[in-house]
Ligand binder design. Structure first.
Ligand code: PEP
Ligand code: MG
Length: 592
């Protein structure tokens, strides 16, 4: 049991792992300025020049670091900021105003740069609006330096990031500066930020409300992503406790390394294809090293995140080809862009209910200029014969048929354009909306495979926002409606001879795996770092017993009963000491 203390916050265990480190409070805070008269104009100008020089030095350092970690394209933001610091017209204007108006330099800087920003925002162009945020950054930096405040760089290496919320893009950015962990006030288990944290193997506790109030930059923190705990300035006893846990974890990792080369099959030789999800290109190596038998989900919207524009056909082709060749002969499943929802749309569209709005296939069918190049890139990459295509957010047969028509059009156009293309690219859909579950029988006659997206299926079946911590206890993987939906989709798919996979986070949940195997799932696709752990579980269970477990779960009425039954199953039938380690890592919220 964790040594008690007032210094423990509880949140949602969003990405596993334990880390100890220094906190970095990531607040998009604004320096407040007052309109103040000054007496010493010389001093004000001196302060300004000092601040400009210091800001430039800081930014140059950040720029060099960013080029290293993010590549020159992303680092260009900082280069643009440096240019502002060098803008003679702007600087001259500020100096003139200090002299004539006799107002403090921070006020004039604020006023002048804000004018700049306002122009950008008023332009109503998304790109300019976003850039205005970068200007905010530079404005605050200069003001802080005028006040000779110690600037805590936004890019603190190796810190545990504490924020109100983080976007998927923030998560990537912080990873590139070696963030050790994430703690947020808001956010849920299957929010895309959480998924990103898991794919990057960074422990995360989300929805720990008031984290940003209770934690300061520089505090010592322990993040326990298994149990959703954050310990602020831990006592020696608490540190000792968690260091012991970290030691156990690394022993556990050594244990897991042994299964990497072995097949994902149950004790009684029932095979489950165990694949990985790919969100970032640098995960490819981890997937290969962790023995993935293919990639069951490539989130293309995530893969190309960070580019200023949508990638063209050739850019996409290059990367798909690279992935296909690296994984060969294992298959890869490329999902067409799933934008909308909590993944930002490329246009300025305000929707009251983005998750019920212009998302996934709906958005793509309305934007063929994005869909067609992507389909062509996939078709061209498919010459290696291990490439499949998948479409997200399908709710009707009509959508499936329309996409298939477009695929055929693309094929024809490719032939005309004389490019390589495979005529039989496998075509599948995600089952992640209840309507698709109900019509799974019809859908399975139209497509080559199903991949169940439990993250969305749970959200849409239970009407619970997947990213909202207020209702996170209602977001239940083991709700009987979910288990029964899975059963229906698997059975309908099998009856029509197509493969059924699960690529939502549930596939990587140790408690869910025996049920999924027992329901007869053909393959699971999990985050790269979960692969060995899930394989170890599959190899430790008997298919026959898992089938009985699934049958029993299908008859139960509450999520608690289902979870209880799986726990009992682990106790009675798991023929491996790994279950002990799971128990050690899981504190059952045992802090009180
Ligand atoms: C899902 O919904 O389960 C899924 C895998 O897709 P995403 O998480 O990208 O919405
Ligand atoms: Mg989804």
């Amino acid at each position: 049991m964790i040594p008690k203390g007032e210094n423990i916050l509880h949140g949602i265990p969003a990405a596993p792992g334990i880390q100890i480190g220094k906190a970095y409070l990531y607040l998009r805070d604004i320096e407040r300025v007052k309109e103040e008269k000054i007496i010493d104009v010389e001093e004000a100008i001196e302060n300004l020049l000092f601040a400009l020089e210091k800001s430039k030095k800081e930014l140059k350092k950040i720029f060099n670091l960013a080029v290293d970690k993010l590549g020159s394209k992303r680092a260009a933001i900082f280069e643009a900021q440096i240019m502002i610091l060098d803008d003679p017209i702007l600087i001259q204007k500020i100096i003139e105003r200090i002299k004539t108006e006799k107002k403090s330099s921070d006020f004039i800087v604020h006023d002048e740069i804000s004018k700049y920003q306002k122009m950008m925002i008023d332009s109503n162009e998304r790109y300019m609006t976003e850039r205005s945020q970068d200007i905010e950054d530079i404005k605050n930096r200069i003001i802080r330096n005028i006040r000779r405040k110690k600037w805590v760089s936004r890019i603190t290496d190796g810190a545990i990031i504490v924020a109100e919320s983080i976007s998927p893009a923030d998560a990537v950015l912080f990873n590139r500066v070696n963030a050790k962990g994430y703690v947020t006030d808001f956010g849920g288990l299957t929010s895309h930020a959480a998924i990103v944290a898991r794919s990057l193997d960074i422990p995360a506790v989300l929805g720990a409300s008031e984290a940003t109030i209770n934690i300061n930059t520089g505090d010592d923190l322990i993040v326990d992503g298994f149990n959703g705990l954050v310990v602020i300035n831990p006592t020696n006893e608490q540190l000792e406790y968690f260091n012991e846990k970290i030691k156990k974890l690394s022993e556990f990792d050594e244990e897991l390394a042994k299964v990497k080369e072995l097949p994902a099959e149950t004790i009684d030789k029932h095979k489950v294809k165990l694949m990985g999800n790919l969100d970032f290109i640098n995960e490819l190596e981890v997937l290969i090293n962790n023995g993935a038998e293919g990639i069951g989900l490539i989130r293309t919207e995530q893969l190309f995140d960070g580019l200023d524009e949508f990638p063209d056909e050739d850019q996409q082709f290059d990367i798909f080809k690279h992935i296909a060749e690296s994984m060969y002969p294992h298959e890869i499943v490329i999902r067409t862009f799933d934008i909308g929802g909590d993944k930002v749309l490329p246009f300025d569209v305000k929707e009251d209910n983005p998750f019920l709005g212009w998302r996934g296939v709906r958005f793509l069918l309305d934007n063929l200029q994005l869909l067609k190049p992507q389909i062509k890139a996939i078709l061209r990459a498919a010459v290696t014969k291990n490439v499949k295509m998948m479409v997200p957010m399908i709710t009707s047969i009509k959508e499936v048929r329309r996409v298939k028509e477009i695929v055929n059009e693309c094929r024809e156009e490719l032939e005309i354009e004389g490019k390589d293309c495979c005529n039989k690219s496998d075509f599948g859909i995600m089952i992640e909306v209840p309507s698709a579950v109900y019509i799974a029988d019809d859908l399975s006659k139209e497509v080559g495979f199903f991949s169940i997206g439990t993250n969305d299926l749970i959200q849409y079946t239970l009407a619970v926002d997947r990213g909202n911590e207020i209702v996170s206890s209602l977001y239940q993987e083991f709700h009987p409606s979910i288990i029964r939906s899975l059963k229906k989709v698997i059975d309908d798919g099998k009856a029509n001879g197509i493969e059924v996979s699960i690529c939502g986070e549930m596939a990587g949940d140790p408690i869910a795996v025996p049920i999924l195997v027992g329901l007869g799932i053909d393959s699971l696709s999990v985050s790269s770092y979960s692969l060995p752990r899930i394989k170890k579980i599959i190899r430790g269970i008997e298919f026959n017993i898992a089938k009985k477990l699934a049958d029993k779960c299908l008859k139960l009425e509450t999520e608690e009963e289902i979870q209880e039954l799986v726990k009992k199953f682990y106790k009675n039938h798991f023929y491996d000491d790994v279950s002990q380690i799971f128990e050690d890592l899981n504190d059952n919220n045992g802090t009180d």
